[in-house]
Unconditional design. Structure first.
Length: 322
């Protein structure tokens, strides 16, 4: 069945996820959806120093939004901030250095941020694909720590801030790769069996879809969405998937094309007319499971994921100074 899922996903990808898929889908876009002024609204974008995160931050800045860039590398982040300010003329760009794989650091940042800023839209874009099983200083498998636990802690820590605002939104950048994975709550840190970084990443991206669905049920006054940017030519793809990049480089989307649906979900009034908790691709909600792929999970597994992540979250909150 995994062979079937991988094959169907790849064929679907060649048709829909490449640049030609975007060009075909974009013929049906309404340009007015994103021709909006968002001055006075505050956006936080993780992983914003390059790729889809930077492209998203730039488009929001261009429309007058206050943008908080959350990045791990200070030097690269400062360069990105300077480029965004120069390109857009928007001075309301703020930089925060946070390692999303470090739960204590996320808690410290979120508590400080809540006291100093308002927030209308959170964009969870930061992610990693590590191909060998690598543990963080906290003993967490690095993909899980960044893609799943980091996303969970940052979002839940900032929910009280988002709940104060009208038209609050949370967008998480997932991947179509999640379509080949069924939620597995028995081995969240990939400690058993052969470690396959690509499949671990895909599992994390499935977890992000489940998180979004669960948050949407629990927090009715915030609009949650999760999306697939397609196959885009980003530094992360080049470094994490070099073989894939070499095969597909002439067909990949631009960073701006990959970011288009993130921007649409973050600023358009059309996005919030659709139900909270959906999975999007090219400005349209799409199924979260391939036909006949057997990737549906029972409700108790989804609840278990939330319980385990909350336990981790509270553990690191209680040991976080300040």
């Amino acid at each position: 069945m995994s062979w079937y899922r991988n094959t169907v996903w790849f064929v679907k990808g060649l048709r829909e996820y490449t640049r030609s898929g975007y060009e075909s889908a974009s013929k049906h876009f309404n340009p007015a959806d994103v021709e909006v002024n968002v001055a006075g609204r505050s956006f936080l974008v993780t992983g914003a120093n390059s790729g889809i995160g930077k492209a998203t931050a730039t488009e929001i800045a261009r429309r007058g939004g206050t943008v908080h860039l959350v990045c791990r590398n200070k030097e690269r982040a400062e360069v990105a901030k300077g480029e965004i300010v120069t390109e857009t003329g928007n001075q309301n760009i703020f930089l925060h250095i946070v390692d999303i794989s470090n739960p204590r650091e996320i808690w410290r940042f979120a508590e400080k941020f809540k006291n100093e800023h308002k927030l209308n839209v959170l964009i969870n874009n930061a992610g990693c694909m590590v191909h060998n099983r690598e543990l963080t200083g906290d003993g967490l498998e690095k993909n899980f720590a960044t893609n799943t636990l980091g996303t969970y802690i940052l979002t839940t820590a900032l929910l009280p801030l988002l709940e104060k605002e009208a038209d609050a939104r949370v967008i998480t950048v997932s991947s179509g790769g999640m379509l080949v994975q069924k939620l597995n709550v028995s081995d969240l840190q990939s400690g058993s069996g052969t470690f396959d970084g690509t499949m671990v990443y895909a599992q994390n991206k499935r977890q992000q879809v489940v998180l979004t669905e669960q948050w949407a049920k629990a927090h009715r006054n915030i609009h949650f969405s999760v999306m697939h940017p397609g196959w885009a030519d980003t530094p992360a793809v080049r470094s994490a998937m070099p073989d894939f990049y070499q095969k597909m480089k002439n067909s990949l989307r631009t960073e701006a094309q990959g970011a288009d649906t993130v921007v649409w979900l973050a600023i358009s009034s059309e996005a919030t007319k659709l139900p909270s908790g959906l999975f999007f691709q090219d400005r349209q909600p799409v199924p979260t499971h391939l036909p006949l792929a057997s990737t549906h999970s029972p409700p108790e597994d989804e609840e278990k994921l939330m319980e385990v992540l909350e336990e981790f979250s509270q553990k690191f909150k209680s040991t976080s100074p300040g």
